[in-house]
Design a protein around this ligand. Structure first.
Ligand SMILES: NC(=O)c1ccc[n+]([C@@H]2O[C@H](COP(=O)([O-])OP(=O)(O)OC[C@H]3O[C@@H](n4cnc5c(N)ncnc54)[C@H](O)[C@@H]3O)[C@@H](O)[C@H]2O)c1
Length: 326
């Protein structure tokens, strides 16, 4: 098998590389443009433990541009395409929305057009997000085909990419599957994200600002999931999933951000100093609660291989030993 992975130097991408190196003998072609979130050191650190001879190939390409025939020749014929690369920082999407339209909508169109012209027989996974459904009030959990309700340009551009994938799959009979994933954490995550940020604040004795409702009585919550579990789910969808279907990838339990910060402080063994802040005024475009229904994947036989608490402990302990990622 030969697989093309876009966004291979990103946080999720490099965990998928490690998973594939560990569990398959596939050849992996990594396509990335190495922007401010793409970092080759991630890949360098994980591949040290594996014999990668003949199994890894880099293709430098910005998918805002169409894949040319010469880039296609560099890639060669592939059996599957994992389209994971995207512009991902919500706050940047608010200050520079068009960049996100080019990367996530036009970029996805370029990848599926390349698939239509050169790689018709490949299977593809488009890696989308829970944010396309918007906030989940009360105890709502969105199913795979729930309506979109984007609250920031990032979410809207991911939804746009999703719809293009469906349109291409239906019109040209391509095997494209879509996943929605909840908040991912793990080793080598970008230091601006919540879990590395809390680790750094607790280590430095700083105050952690936790997003809450307007009354500042209830912290926001998520179903956090470790990137290794996500990589496992992506393989599962590749093997068990069907063309033109969508799959929710959900963590094993819902955790509010205050409980999460306390758990992190406990693993580190230092006190947590925190302040609850009204998320509407502090972070426009962010939602208090996101939630997906993971019943479809569960019915097919998938559940996260490792539970949330041990995954979190392992990530925190690893990060303390590898502070250069903070
Ligand atoms: N991290 C999460 O919590 C989360 C949750 C749900 C879904 N997702 C989705 O997972 C995917 C990966 O997220 P991540 O956290 O690893 O992001 P990331 O920002 O760490 O990595 C994205 C990668 O894509 C590359 N990239 C971006 N635009 C590109 C372009 N035009 N051409 C070539 N390469 C380009 C970047 O260089 C980077 O290596 C994204 O599609 C995101 O929408 C992430």
């Amino acid at each position: 098998m030969r697989v093309l992975l876009t966004g291979g130097a990103g946080f999720v991408g490099h965990h998928i590389i490690e998973h594939l190196l560990k569990t398959t003998n596939w050849e992996i072609i990594l396509l990335d443009r190495l922007d401010l979130s793409g970092n080759l050191n991630r890949v360098h650190e994980v591949i040290r433990s594996y014999d990668t001879k003949g199994r890894l190939k880099w293709v430098y390409h910005d998918f805002k541009a169409p894949v040319s025939s010469s880039t296609n020749s560099q890639i060669g014929k592939v059996d599957c395409i994992l389209h994971v690369g995207a512009s991902t920082h919500v706050d940047r999407s608010i200050t520079d929305p068009l960049e996100f339209v080019y990367d996530n909508v036009v970029g996805t169109a370029n990848i599926i057009e390349w698939m239509r012209v050169y790689q018709r027989d490949a299977k593809m996974i488009y890696f989308s997000t829970d944010e396309v459904f918007g906030p989940a009030a009360g105890d709502i959990a969105y199913t795979e085909w729930s309506r979109y309700d984007s609250r920031n340009p990032y979410a809207a551009t991911k939804a746009g990419g999703e719809e293009l994938c469906l349109a291409y799959a239906n019109t040209y009979q391509l095997d494209i599957r879509i996943t929605h994933c909840m908040n991912i954490f793990g080793e080598r995550q970008h230091a601006e994200k919540f879990i590395p940020l809390v680790i750094k604040k607790v280590l430095d004795g700083g105050t952690v600002f936790i997003h809450a409702n307007a009354e500042k009585t209830k912290a926001g919550s998520r179903f956090y999931i470790h990137a290794r579990n996500v990589a496992n789910a992506v393989s599962f969808v590749l093997h068990v999933g069907c063309a033109r279907e969508k799959y929710n990838i959900v963590g094993s339990e819902e955790v509010d951000n205050l409980t999460l910060a306390k758990m992190i402080a406990e693993v580190i063994g230092k006190p947590l100093q925190y302040e609850l802040v009204d998320f509407h005024s502090s972070r426009p475009g962010h939602d208090l609660r996101y939630a997906l229904d993971g019943g479809k994947m569960e019915m097919l036989g998938w559940k996260p291989p490792v539970d949330f608490t041990p995954s979190l402990e392992r990530t925190v302990l690893w990060t303390i030993k590898n502070k250069h990622w903070l």
